[in-house]
Design a protein around this ligand. Structure first.
Ligand SMILES: C[S@@+](CC[C@H](N)C(=O)[O-])C[C@H]1O[C@@H](n2cnc3c(N)ncnc32)[C@H](O)[C@@H]1O
Length: 291
């Protein structure tokens, strides 16, 4: 499809995973295979299990990683990481990577309905076989639930005003497209600063549609159980809500005496990386190691 995803903080991730040539690694957000390819280039003898819930991402990862008997790709949500790994006959693994959020492909490819810049059907489902889409959320949730989710998941201070504008607008006609929703939000709140006024609302809808925060907590708990002693867990988060969940979950695992924290403070991309790949700018990488 011609849309490449540049892996974020590749050196830091490879080091964070502490790769061994004989190890078994899970890239539980394999996406377009960027990090997975780096892992296979660095430790060609290892086994790599790539998980994603997006069929199109898996197709691209398959193309990028080629035919390799050491690479297994599975369609699954990472909250079910244990079931996915067990289905391949593996019990424990030596490293897990979660690079959460959306891929460049999901944002830029036609017809996925994630971006307020596109005039296409509102969708935002990573897994296209799922029923709930962003269109359902904006047309069926009541005003209070919309306001709460835009406030909690978008950290948007004008959430009530936006929810009211959505409910008023859909009384006349269902909201069908990303650009319709973007213009409803834009009229409800004035543009402030450089970010588009619909950015936070779109983030909130994406999190709701894909249960992103619950997936993250469940994925960390389930993955942590499967790691061998000395195994590493690396998570890259892109906004404060996600990073807070990672930080607290890692702290809890360390307090229980099961893990060492490797990164006291999250690692962030260097200036050159942000210049070359602006989508990396908000990334935060945290790493823990199983005792
Ligand atoms: C930022 S991209 C990963 C890019 C990848 N690291 C690369 O270098 O190509 C995030 C990917 O995670 C997938 N994803 C997000 N949440 C998921 C979940 N709960 N379960 C499985 N896959 C998920 C998305 O479909 C997307 O393809």
């Amino acid at each position: 499809m011609g849309i490449a995803h540049i892996p974020v903080m590749p050196e830091e991730v490879l080091e964070g995973l502490g790769l061994k040539d004989s190890g078994i690694y899970v890239d539980a957000t394999v996406g377009l295979g960027g990090h997975a390819e780096e892992i296979m280039n660095k430790a060609g003898g290892c086994t790599l299990i790539g998980i994603d819930r997006d069929d199109r991402a898996l197709e691209s990862a398959r193309e990028r990683l080629g035919d390799n008997e050491k690479v297994h790709l599975v369609k699954e949500s990472f909250s079910n990481i244990k079931a996915a790994v067990n289905s391949l006959g593996y019990e424990n693994v030596d490293g897990i990577l979660l690079d959460i959020g959306v891929s460049t492909m999901q944002l830029k490819a036609e017809g996925r309905g994630f971006s307020f810049l596109r005039d296409e059907r509102l969708d935002m489902r990573m897994d296209q076989s799922q029923e709930l889409s962003a269109k359902e959320v904006v047309n069926s949730y009541n005003e209070k639930d919309l306001a709460d989710l835009i406030f909690n998941y978008g950290e948007e201070r004008f959430s009530r005003r936006i929810a009211k504008a959505i409910v008023t607008s859909r009384r006349n006609k269902r909201i069908e497209t990303c650009s319709e929703l973007a213009s409803i939000v834009e009229k409800a709140v004035r543009r402030r600063g450089r970010i588009h006024p619909a950015t936070r609302t779109f983030q909130a809808l994406r999190i709701e549609v894909n249960r992103e925060l619950d997936e993250l907590s469940e994925g960390i708990d389930s993955g942590a159980e499967m790691l061998n002693s000395g195994g590493r867990f690396c998570v890259i988060a892109y906004h404060s809500l996600e990073d807070r969940i990672v930080k607290n979950a890692f702290k809890k695992l360390a307090k229980e005496g099961k893990f060492h924290i490797i990164t006291r403070k999250p690692l962030v991309p260097c200036r050159e990386e942000v210049r070359a790949n602006p989508s990396s700018r908000s990334a935060k990488l945290r790493v823990i190691e199983k005792i």
